[in-house]
Design a protein. Structure first.
Length: 661
C-alpha cells in the first residue's frame, strides 16, 4: 500500500483499523441497537457521532427524526423531518410527522401544507388530513382570542432538566405528582430510563404553604415508589386510598403503542415490553401499605393506567387501549359496588373518546370531567378538554383555550378551586422534551359578541320602523381600557367581536345619514358563548318623530320615572355625540280626562323631560318642549273605549324630533 501523500492521522487510523467510515459504522450499529430497544435518548448522541463520519442515508435520517419526535424534542424533530421529506424514496407517512412537528412549534400555515400533501399521497388518510387542516385553522383562531387564563411556571415544584407532571390533590393541603428527577431516600443512584435518558418516573408530594405556593417536594415512601415507573397517582378526598400507575414487563406478543406517556420499553435481551397497570395502596398509621393491583389489569393484552378517582371515592376513571375502544387509548370508568369492589370498565363513549388518543382524566369537586386528547381539534400535541354531564352521558366537549392549551403538549390538569384556579402540566417552554407544572387562574369566560345594526326612522305612514343597517362602523372599547376594536357590519348588517363575560363594553357607531350613537352593555358572568347585541341608529331627518323606548308616565303624573330616566340617559349620550343637533321633546297622554287637562299634562311632561336633559349637561337652547295632549293616539283607546292599562300607557309616551341637524 502506498502511503505517500496520505495524511498521517489517516495512516494511523487505517493501521489500527479505525477509519472514520469504520468509526461511523460502529457508532451507527450501536445507535441502531439502542433505537431498536426504544432507548431513543441514548441513541441520539451516537447517531450524531455517526453522521459526522459519513453522510446518512434515508433510514438513519428517519430514525433520528423519530427519536426526536418520541422524546418530544419538537424543534429538532421539525428540522430532521424536514430533511426526511426532501429525500427520494421517503415513506409518505413522514409528511404527517413533519406536519405534526410544525404544528407543535406553532407553524400552522406550513403544517397545513404538509397535511394537504400527506392526504394527496395517502388517499386513505385524506379525510383525516382534511380534519387536521381544519384544526390548524381553529388553532389560529384560538391563539387570536383573548387569553382564558393567567399561567405561571411553579419554580418550587419543578426540577431543572427533569419532567414534572400530573399533579393531583393529596391530603388536606398538598399535591402528589410525577417526576423523573431521580431523588431516592436510600441515597442510591436512580436507574436511567433509556427512552428519555433520565431516571425512571417516581411519585413526589408537596405541601401548599400559601395560595399557589408549595414547599419542597419529597419522594413518596419506597413501598409505593418501587423500581421502574410509578406515576400518575390520585387519592379520594378522605385520603385513605391511593391509586397509581406502574409498569410491568411482559412478552411482546402484540403491537406496542409507541408513546412516551405509556412508558413502553422493550428489554434488550428478552422480547419484553412494559405495559401499564393500576395499583391501590391503603394508608394505615400514616404510612402506605397493602398494595394491590386493580382487578381489571391485564398486562398480557393491554395497558390500564392514569387513574383519577372522584372526590367521594365512588368512581375511578382511567385510560386503556383494551380491545373494543374507539381509538389508540380511551377513557374508561368503573363505579364502586356495594361490596367495595369495582364494576367492570365502561367506555366513556364517543363524545369523549375519538379515533386518536385520550388520556390523563380528572374530575373536579363538582363532578366535571377533564381530559387530554390528540383526537379532538386542538392547538397541537395534546390539548386539555372538558365535558359536561355525567357517567355515560357526557356532552359539550370544549377545548379549554389558550394559554391553558398551547401548540405543545398540555395535559394533567387539576383544580384547587373548581373553575377558578389550579395546576396543569406542559412542555411549552421545554427545549429537551421535559414537562413542567404550571399554575393557572381562569380569567373571565371568553364570549363572542354577535352585533346587528338597525336603522330606526319614521316611514310614510308615520310609523316608526327598524330595518337592517349594513356597512356600519362600530368602535368597541372596554371600560377602563385605552384599547379599542373597530368592526364594520357586513351586507347583512352583522359583525362579530371577542369579549369576556363579566366585562362592560361601549359601542360607538357611525353611518352616513344617521345620528352617531353610543351604547354600553355589561356581559353577564353567566352569558353563553355568544351574546347578541342590537345597535339602533336614528335617521338624521328633520321633522320626523322618533319614539323613545319606555319613556312612559304614571297616570296623571309628569314625574320622570326611574325606567324613563335610563332611556333619557341614552338620549343624553346621543345629543353629546351629535353636538349640532337640536330637538323637540314631544309628550303625549292617553285619552282619559279632558283635552285641556291632557294638554297641560303633556306640556308638563315634555318640560320635565327637557329639564332632565339639561340637568345632564345638554344646552337648553338645543331643546324645545312640546305637549300634544291626546291628539296623537297610537292605538284605538279613544274616549269611551275600554282598554287595559297597558294599552293606555302606550299613549303616555315621549318622542323626540330633530329640528336642526
Amino acid at each position: 500500500m502506498n502511503f505517500k501523500n496520505i495524511p498521517f492521522y489517516l495512516i494511523t487510523a487505517a493501521v489500527l483499523g479505525f477509519t472514520p467510515v469504520a468509526q461511523g459504522q460502529s457508532s451507527l450499529r450501536k445507535a441502531d441497537k439502542l433505537y431498536d430497544n426504544y432507548e431513543f435518548a441514548l441513541a441520539l448522541p451516537l447517531y450524531k457521532e455517526a453522521i459526522l463520519k459519513r453522510k446518512p442515508e434515508l433510514p438513519t435520517v428517519e430514525r433520528i427524526a423519530t427519536a426526536y419526535r418520541l422524546t418530544r424534542q419538537n424543534r429538532e424533530a421539525e428540522v430532521w423531518y424536514g430533511k426526511v421529506v426532501s429525500m427520494p424514496g421517503r415513506p409518505p407517512m413522514n409528511l404527517y410527522y413533519y406536519a405534526e412537528a410544525l404544528r407543535s412549534n406553532g407553524k400552522y400555515i406550513e403544517a397545513k401544507e404538509q397535511y394537504m400533501q400527506w392526504g394527496e399521497e395517502m388517499p386513505e388518510y385524506a379525510e383525516r388530513a382534511q380534519q387536521l387542516m381544519e384544526a390548524t385553522d381553529k388553532s389560529i383562531r384560538l391563539m387570536k382570542q383573548p387569553a382564558v387564563a393567567e399561567v405561571t411556571q411553579l419554580t418550587t415544584l419543578n426540577a431543572a432538566g427533569a419532567s414534572d407532571f400530573s399533579p393531583m390533590m393529596y391530603g388536606s393541603n398538598g399535591i402528589i405528582f410525577t417526576s423523573d428527577r431521580g431523588v431516592r431516600k436510600d441515597g442510591k443512584d436512580a436507574k436511567v430510563y433509556g427512552w428519555t435518558g433520565r431516571p425512571y418516573l417516581q411519585l413526589f408530594v408537596a405541601q401548599e404553604v400559601g395560595e399557589g405556593t408549595y414547599g419542597s417536594p419529597q419522594p413518596l415512601q419506597e413501598v409505593v415508589n418501587a423500581d421502574y415507573h410509578n406515576a400518575t397517582a390520585s387519592a379520594a378526598k378522605d385520603g385513605g386510598k391511593l391509586y397509581f400507575t406502574r409498569t410491568k414487563m411482559v412478552p411482546a406478543l402484540s403491537n406496542v403503542n409507541a408513546d412516551p406517556t405509556s412508558w413502553a420499553e422493550k428489554n434488550e435481551n428478552q422480547n419484553l415490553v412494559n405495559r401499564l397497570e393500576i395499583y391501590a395502596a391503603e394508608k394505615k398509621g400514616g404510612a402506605w401499605s397493602n398494595i394491590e393491583p386493580f382487578v381489571y389489569n391485564k398486562v398480557e393484552e393491554y395497558s390500564v393506567g392514569h387513574p383519577a378517582v372522584s372526590a367521594d371515592g365512588q368512581v375511578l376513571y382511567f385510560v386503556s387501549d383494551m380491545p373494543g375502544g374507539f381509538g389508540d387509548t380511551d377513557i374508561y370508568y368503573s363505579t364502586r359496588q356495594p361490596n367495595g369492589g369495582w364494576s367492570e370498565p365502561v367506555n366513556a363513549g364517543a363524545v369523549v373518546n375519538t379515533s386518536g388518543r385520550e388520556s390523563f382524566p380528572y374530575v373536579d369537586a363538582n363532578g366535571k370531567l377533564y381530559f387530554a386528547s390528540e383526537g379532538h381539534p386542538g392547538m397541537g400535541g395534546m390539548d386539555i378538554f372538558s365535558a359536561e354531564g355525567g357517567l355515560g352521558n357526557w356532552r359539550d366537549v370544549k377545548n379549554l383555550g389558550y394559554p391553558i392549551n398551547t401548540p405543545q403538549n398540555d395535559y394533567g390538569i387539576m383544580f384547587t378551586e373548581p373553575g377558578v384556579r389550579g395546576l396543569l402540566s406542559s412542555n411549552r417552554d421545554s427545549q429537551n422534551g421535559t414537562e413542567d407544572i404550571y399554575a393557572f387562574k381562569v380569567l373571565q369566560k371568553p364570549v363572542v359578541l354577535a352585533i346587528t345594526t338597525l336603522g330606526r326612522y319614521q316611514n310614510n305612514k308615520k310609523k316608526t320602523v327598524q330595518e337592517p343597517l349594513p356597512q356600519t362602523r362600530i368602535m368597541i372599547s372596554q371600560k377602563n381600557s385605552k384599547d379599542s376594536t373597530v368592526v364594520i357590519t357586513d351586507e347583512k348588517a352583522q359583525s362579530y367581536a371577542d369579549a369576556r363575560a363579566g366585562n362592560a363594553y361601549t359601542f360607538t357607531g357611525s353611518k352616513i345619514g344617521f345620528l352617531k350613537m353610543e351604547s354600553a352593555i355589561e356581559v353577564p358572568t353567566t352569558a353563553s358563548d355568544t351574546v347578541q347585541v342590537a345597535l339602533i341608529f336614528d335617521k338624521n331627518e328633520v321633522e320626523k318623530a322618533i319614539v323613545l323606548e319606555n319613556i312612559y308616565y304614571d297616570l296623571d303624573k309628569a314625574d320622570i320615572r326611574p325606567d324613563a330616566a335610563k332611556e333619557l340617559d341614552k338620549l343624553v349620550t346621543l345629543l353629546k355625540n351629535n353636538p349640532s343637533v337640536e330637538i323637540e321633546m314631544g309628550s303625549h297622554t292617553d285619552s282619559r280626562e279632558s283635552h285641556q287637562y291632557n294638554q297641560q299634562l303633556s306640556e308638563r311632561r315634555a318640560q320635565a323631560a327637557v329639564d332632565y336633559l339639561v340637568s345632564k349637561g345638554i344646552e337648553r337652547n338645543r331643546l324645545t318642549a312640546k305637549g300634544y295632549g291626546k291628539t296623537r293616539l297610537v292605538n284605538k283607546c279613544a274616549d269611551g273605549v275600554e282598554c287595559p292599562e297597558a294599552e293606555h300607557q302606550k299613549n303616555r309616551r315621549t318622542e323626540f324630533m330633530i329640528k336642526k341637524n
